[in-house]
Design a protein around this ligand. Structure first.
Ligand code: NG6
Ligand code: CA
Length: 508
């Protein structure tokens, strides 16, 4: 080899060295998918110990990814949990982050940092398919025009949503700010105050209903199901309840197909197993547990199909999937649908106490897994992790600036590299909050009913302090507040340091 050639070879290898170094620093950009269930409990999946229901497709995510045993939603109801997930801010900081009617204005400020905005800064295309429930418009909403601000204005490039819940009007899908399939000659009217003249209601026309209401849910009737809220018109745009799972699946699959060549973020928010539970006839009766079990099987099938699409489109190995639920389980939530009668030996909350609406652990501790084929190794993790942390942690993964606050960077725990997650967390039920630190949870005294009169779920409310060690006592049977005053005092001080003093509803 000539000297000249040797020199150029040396120069080349030095250049190559710097080049690979530069590549190594460039963050990997996996597609990111958050699969979010509605009211799925800690014990509702076979991967989390259910023996009466089999969920093989969702189990893949748990058994081949990181299965968290201490994964939390911020709250025990939907709107606040979704607020926490998308903004990285504890929802009790926003007094409007409570279960919203379908006509409520948007509660996320368009100025605010959000998970999809952060991902857009990292070069992602962002989409949402499914349940929104964070309000729409700014108070003067015209359902027949451009519905905004909404998801598109807080960071989603594409948004195909149901406005609030399946049991609330308007019972139509909204496609990037416009009611899907609306006939302009048949405009929609929506009210949460009074009925429209001549329109039947669940209360006055039970003969027109195919599902009976138990509490609430006795306003406008759509597809035989009485709902919360009144609605008139928009006939052609009304959704089919039994087709909803297939419909959203289709939209989610199409989103993946369309965006497979660029990094994408999909927030896929399924409606199951929230009420009204309306399995497609393919799944009706399949669980032997009534519609609640059936729609869990339906959701499991949906996830299987969705995973097939990721594989077929060649993106499965390059996609980080987070699976969780917005709050704990409930059986009776407004309709007579056999959920209580047919539950049998199934325990939707597993060993945990309470459920949806509850300050007890089953309100907020939910299935939580991170699956990233080829990158994340299967593991069960006891690290304390919360949905509120996704914003800061994913920003860390992608090397994007975002302010850490309530949302903490626990990326190592989320990827199974560290056993350490958060040190502590404030949990919420309605307007009441509790505090978990390590294995301990402290519920301060509150005034209120111990049992929800409508859902028959224990609220976790008590006039006395409650202190539990969740490792030794996951079912929260032994209140240690009196026997361990030192631990109680320590936790109260830390809780009040984060939460401030004005949290109690007891007048002194
Ligand atoms: C409650 C409803 C309940 C459910 C819940 C929202 C009544 C009495 N109960 O107000 O059925 O819709 O709101 O659930 O109307 S969540 O999962 O979206 O938070
Ligand atoms: Ca919910």
């Amino acid at each position: 080899m000539k000297v000249k050639n040797i020199i150029s070879l040396m120069v080349l290898s030095v250049l190559c060295f710097f080049h690979t170094d530069a590549i190594a620093k460039e963050p990997v950009k996996p597609n990111i998918i958050v699969v979010y269930m509605d009211d799925l409990g800690y014990g509702d999946l076979s991967a989390y110990g259910a023996t009466e229901l089999s969920t093989p497709n969702i189990d893949v995510l748990a058994n081949e990814g990181i299965k968290f045993t201490n994964g939390y939603a911020t709250s025990s109801t939907c709107t606040p949990s979704r607020y926490g997930l998308l903004t990285g801010v504890y929802p009790w900081r926003n007094s409007k982050a409570k279960i919203l009617p379908g006509s409520a204005p948007l509660i996320i400020s368009t100025e605010q940092e959000t998970l999809p905005k952060m991902l857009k800064r990292a070069g992602y295309h962002t989409g949402i398919v499914g349940k929104w429930h964070l309000g729409l418009g700014d108070g003067n909403l015209n359902w027949n025009g451009h519905i905004k601000p909404g998801p598109n204005e807080v960071g989603f490039d594409e948004a195909y949503i149901l406005a609030a819940t399946q049991d609330r009007v308007p019972t139509v899908y909204i496609d990037n700010g416009y009611v899907d399939g609306l006939d302009p000659k048949d405009p929609i009217q929506v009210s949460y105050k009074k009925n429209f003249e001549g329109e039947p209601t669940g209360k006055d026309n039970p003969e027109l209903t195919t599902l009976k209401w138990h509490h609430g849910h006795n306003n406008s009737i759509v597809n035989g199901i009485p709902r919360i809220g009144f609605m008139k018109g928009g006939e052609a745009a009304k959704w089919s309840d039994v087709d909803m799972a297939d419909h959203f699946l289709n939209k989610a699959q199409n989103y993946v197909r369309k965006n497979k060549n660029n990094p994408f973020f999909l927030y896929y928010a399924l409606q199951q197993p929230h009420v009204p539970r309306t399995p497609h006839p393919r799944f009706a009766g399949k669980s032997g547990m009534g519609p609640r079990g059936d729609v869990i099987l339906e959701a499991d099938w949906v996830i299987g199909e969705f995973m097939k699409t990721l594989k077929e489109e060649g993106v499965l190995e390059n996609t980080l999937i987070v699976f969780s639920s917005d709050n704990g389980p409930v059986l009776q939530d407004g309709y007579y649908d056999d959920a209580m009668e047919k539950v049998g030996k199934h325990t939707p909350a597993g060993v945990l106490r309470g459920g949806k609406y509850s300050l007890f652990d089953a309100g907020t501790r939910v299935p939580f897994m991170v699956y990233w084929k080829g990158t994340v190794k299967a593991k069960v993790s006891d690290a304390l992790v919360s949905q509120v942390d996704l914003l800061a942690s994913l920003a860390e993964l992608l090397n994007v600036d975002t302010e850490e606050g309530d949302s903490q960077d626990i990326l190592s725990a989320l990827l199974g590299k560290s056993k350490k997650g958060r040190k502590d967390i404030v949990l919420e039920a309605g307007s009441k909050t509790s505090y978990r630190a390590g294995d301990w949870v402290m519920i301060p005294p509150y005034k209120g009913a111990k049992m929800s009169w409508h859902s028959f779920v224990e609220s976790g409310i008590d006039m006395e302090f409650q202190l539990y060690n969740l490792k030794e006592d996951p079912s929260q049977q032994n209140n240690l507040a009196k026997s361990n005053p030192k631990q109680l005092k320590k936790m109260l001080a830390k809780f009040e340091g984060i939460r401030g003093k004005g949290y109690s509803n007891i007048k002194k």
